[in-house]
Design a protein around this ligand. Structure first.
Ligand code: AMO
Length: 446
């Protein structure tokens, strides 16, 4: 729009006539005057229609919340008694001299004011298009934007190459039944569960690689921490000495993300009353066996020998570590080899346990990764034991035929980090358009 200025720039135009455009955010009628706040992508400002502009008063009388207006007006300093210290544009207001309605809006179905907004999650999701205008909802996705941005930035700083992974795949990477099958012309294919095999192929040519892409998991249960479509932040690196190098890179990535969110999202964190998790100098790290011992010792609950940590174990371990060290984060490594995917590297000293790892924070898994098998013969052995069809992963195996250095990598879901960073109760709040068993925009049961 020609000649339009952004609301954030009004303060530099005191005394001048300007044009702004945006939405009506709050409306207040006071006697013969009409006040309303206008909102654009840069902020808010109070506008006032004075009785001296009879034509303007007549026009703005019909204006309601969320109407889209183009306003011509004079930027005035507010009288000292009306100054709102600390608020954006708290010391100025726009005296309306002309108004054009660009689009009217229907009456709002619920309270969208800053403090009055209080919706059940299902109502929020049913009304996503409107709710996205609320500053608290926007704050969540602004933080998520930083998380993804910071991941990219940290990877590039460390010489990782970004590639695009395919979403349609001939084989199941992670195993298990949590996979969507799709009709692919006259054949069957799968929506990718993870770019795992592709990041390993690309790593074998580029050394350090990362991708930001969608993964799909046919999660058959409705939990507060699972989605069926996830933004996965994936990394893979060659020439490692051991799984600890992967752990250090994962730790550095998370640390950088926390720093960037602190730097860029102060306003959003304040609005959401969010306190970021604490990462100490060296994140505490335990083998699965040690973690289970800790839980037994502290809570007298015997999970020793179990193949994995269940949600209660994850919560309790995080509580113990927080109490002992102040860290909200903890790494767990050394899972039973047979319980994890075929590509994970078995510990040469104790082959029943592997060099895979998870990063937990505030009672939940954030990230998985570890060292991978890089020698072709060992990989083929695992392909056999895991009952994989080598024809379906021919391209992956081919990379390893021709020499691949010791390597590893990790991945984490952008929604899960967003949820945990901000202390949200449900992962659906951290996904703009969540897909789950019960919803693809609309509720599937209806
Ligand atoms: P994994 O299956 O543990 O590992 O997934 C990695 C991370 O992705 C996120 N995530 C999910 N988030 C929300 N809903 C889901 N259904 C969901 N599934 C996964 C979590 C999890 O920690 N290939 C390996 C990674 C690797 O080894 O590099 C993998 O996919 O944050």
């Amino acid at each position: 729009m020609r000649n339009r200025i952004y609301i954030k720039d009004l303060k530099d135009n005191v005394g001048k006539e300007v044009i702004i455009a945006g939405w009506v955010d709050v409306r207040r009628d006071q006697g013969k005057m009409v006040f309303f706040d206008m909102r654009d992508m840069t902020g808010k400002v109070q506008c006032v229609a004075l009785p001296s502009h009879a034509d303007v008063i007549e026009k703005v009388k019909e204006v309601r919340l969320e109407w889209v207006l183009k306003i011509t007006g004079k930027v005035n300093a507010r009288p000292p008694k009306n100054v709102k210290a600390g608020a954006m544009n708290g010391d100025i207001e726009l005296e309306i001299t002309g108004v054009e309605v660009l689009a009217p809006a229907e009456p709002l179905p619920f309270d969208m004011s800053l403090d009055g907004y209080n919706l059940e999650l299902t109502t929020e999701l049913d009304n996503r298009a409107l709710v996205l205008r609320h500053p608290k909802v926007q704050a969540v996705f602004k933080v998520q934007e930083t998380i993804i941005d910071a991941f990219r930035e940290f990877m590039k700083k460390n010489m990782f190459f970004e590639f695009q992974a395919p979403s349609i795949t001939p084989a199941v990477a992670e195993g298990g039944s949590e996979v969507f099958q799709v009709n692919y012309f006259d054949k069957k294919a799968f929506l990718t569960q993870s770019p795992q095999l592709y990041k390993q192929i690309v790593m074998s040519a580029f050394e350090r690689v990362f991708s930001v892409n969608k993964i799909f998991r046919a999660e058959p249960s409705a939990t507060t921490r699972h989605l069926t479509e996830v933004v996965s932040l994936d990394a893979e690196m060659a020439f490692i000495d051991g799984w600890e190098d992967v752990k250090d890179m994962a730790e550095g990535t998370v640390k950088f993300i926390l720093e960037e969110v602190t730097k860029r999202n102060g306003a959003e964190l304040k609005l959401l009353k969010a306190e970021l998790p604490v990462m100490i100098e060296k994140t505490p790290t335990f083998s699965l066996t040690e973690a289970q011992e800790k839980i037994f010792k502290e809570y007298k609950r015997d999970v020793r020998g179990e193949k994995d940590l269940n949600p209660q174990d994850e919560r309790e371990l995080c509580e113990i570590v927080k109490k002992e060290t102040g860290s909200d984060f903890v790494f767990v490594y050394g899972y039973p080899t047979r319980k994890k995917p075929f590509y994970v590297y078995p510990n040469p000293e104790v082959p029943e346990f592997n060099h895979g790892m998870d990063l937990l924070c505030r009672g939940l898994e954030w990230l998985s990764g570890g060292r991978r098998i890089n020698k072709y013969d060992q990989l083929m052995e695992h392909v056999k034991i895991w009952n994989m069809d080598p024809k379906k992963i021919k391209m992956f195996l081919e990379a390893f035929k021709y020499g691949v250095p010791p390597e590893g990598g990790f991945a984490f879901g952008a929604e899960r980090i967003t949820m945990q960073l901000l202390g949200l109760k449900n992962i659906r709040e951290a996904c703009m358009f969540p897909r789950d068993m019960e919803r693809i925009d609309e509720r599937l049961s209806e």
